[in-house]
Design a protein around this ligand. Structure first.
Ligand SMILES: *Cc1c(COP(=O)(O)O)cnc(C)c1O
Length: 416
């Protein structure tokens, strides 16, 4: 082949659909691009920028054995599955949720999806009309904000403190939006191990949130991505476990347990929402990956969640969290940062007037440490001084090194 498609220079812009232009270039993509350029030049980087679990804390050898068995013995593992997923896995997930999340869900109310991302996209498609208002935490998980915005939603954020969404400010917000004639569809929340803040919503706030949803007749989408990454806070239960009215719809995933590559997530829903989700799902992606579904099934059936995640990987993540908090406390004793009891992130706040995007860029160039600026996760103009730090992915050696280098630049720029 000597035809280089790149030099033909066809102008495709005129063919593009209007909705293909909805996404703007992101500050996150810029950071990652720059990091890979520096790496190509041979610079050794310490990354605190990930949004993934640690592949070395995932039992890859064991998963490999399961994958081999499944491929050899289960012909269905290479075929389409039913749109809602294989019944055996939905049953196992039902047992899993009861055991570890105190959540009673019938397998019929579970739809297996292509990760939590697929779950959130499907729910958005079924629930959002252009112009609808969605209330989220401010800041919130950027991918979900983008998925909902693509469907024409207007995002309204409610600020987050160490106990999660400031539910005391939520009612004002709802009243204000209603007074303006806005149609609020649902509240999207990541109550446990929030991304990007790392905070977990207290039980009091969970109850207050449900009461408000009931009072104003709103749905709640509960993103449970980090429910299996809890280090403390044993009394915390999902919103769904407190929901007597069917207002809470769950988007869950195995991504943070098995690894983000498997793409197995789920929706918990009932009634018309369940029905419409299933009808939408078929033409969009047919089903979640069959091989991954069968691997997840065997992983649960054999008690590996307990053995390899709860009693092993989770301890590794907790150790890394402790290393990061210790390094921050020692190197930046006066700085403000969150102290997660779940999830994989710490949010660090630079002094009020600082620019986190500029800081992240300087930190990468001068010190070779990659972090994610918090700004893109915010739903308004705030968060300029926020920096998201990941502790799940970097090695135990890299965490203190990265924080020391970050602290060095911090002190150079802002003083002790
Ligand atoms: C990781 C994550 C998800 C889901 O990711 P998938 O890999 O698509 O399962 C959903 N919500 C949040 C907040 C996440 O951090």
């Amino acid at each position: 082949m000597d035809i280089n498609l790149l030099v033909i220079g066809m102008d495709y812009a005129k063919y593009l659909a209007g909705r293909a232009n909805w996404i703007k270039g992101s500050a996150l993509a810029e950071v990652m691009k720059k990091a890979s350029e520096l790496q190509k030049k041979g610079m050794k980087l310490v990354s605190l920028a990930a949004g993934d679990p640690d592949p070395d804390l995932i039992p890859r050898k064991v998963l490999g054995e399961i994958a081999r068995e499944v491929l050899q013995n289960q012909p269905k593992s290479v075929m389409y599955t039913p749109a809602n997923g294989i019944p055996e896995l939905r049953e196992e997930i039902s047992v899993f949720l009861k055991k570890y999340d105190n959540l009673e869900v019938s397998p019929e109310n579970i739809v297996l999806t292509i990760g939590g991302t697929g779950a959130l996209d499907l729910l958005g498609r079924v629930l959002i009309d252009p112009g609808d208002v969605i209330i989220t935490e401010n800041p919130s998980y950027i991918n979900t904000l983008l998925a909902f915005e693509q469907l024409g939603a207007k995002i309204e954020g409610v600020i987050v403190d160490n106990e999660g969404m400031r539910v005391d400010l939520l009612e004002e917000k709802i009243k204000e939006l209603k007074a303006k004639g806005q149609k609020i569809k649902f509240i999207y929340t990541i109550p446990t191990g929030q991304n990007p803040m790392g905070v977990t919503m207290s039980m009091d706030r969970r109850k207050a949130l449900l009461e408000l949803a009931s009072k104003y007749d709103l749905l709640i989408i509960e993103d449970t991505a980090y429910n299996a990454m809890r280090y403390e806070g044993g009394d915390i239960v999902p919103l769904k476990a407190l929901d007597n009215e069917g207002r809470v719809i769950v988007a869950g995933t195995f991504s943070k347990v098995l690894g983000t590559g498997f793409r197995v997530g789920w929706i918990i829903a009932e009634g018309d929402i369940l029905k419409k989700v299933l009808m939408q799902k078929q033409p969009i992606d047919f089903c979640a990956p069959a091989l991954s579904q069968y691997i997840a099934l065997e992983y649960l059936r054999r008690g590996y969640f307990e053995k390899y995640h709860l009693n092993s990987a989770l301890l590794g993540y907790k150790e890394k969290r402790d290393l990061m908090l210790k390094a921050l406390e020692e190197n930046l004793p006066d700085a403000k940062f969150t102290k997660p009891i779940a999830g994989m992130f710490v949010m660090l706040f630079l002094p009020e007037e600082a620019d986190g995007i500029a800081f992240a860029s300087e930190l990468m160039e001068k010190e070779g440490v990659v972090v994610v600026p918090g700004k893109p996760f915010y739903t308004d103009e705030s968060g300029k001084n926020a920096i998201r730090l990941n502790f799940s992915r970097p090695s135990k050696e890299d965490i203190p090194v990265g924080i020391e280098k970050l602290a060095k630049l911090y002190k150079e720029k802002f003083g002790e």
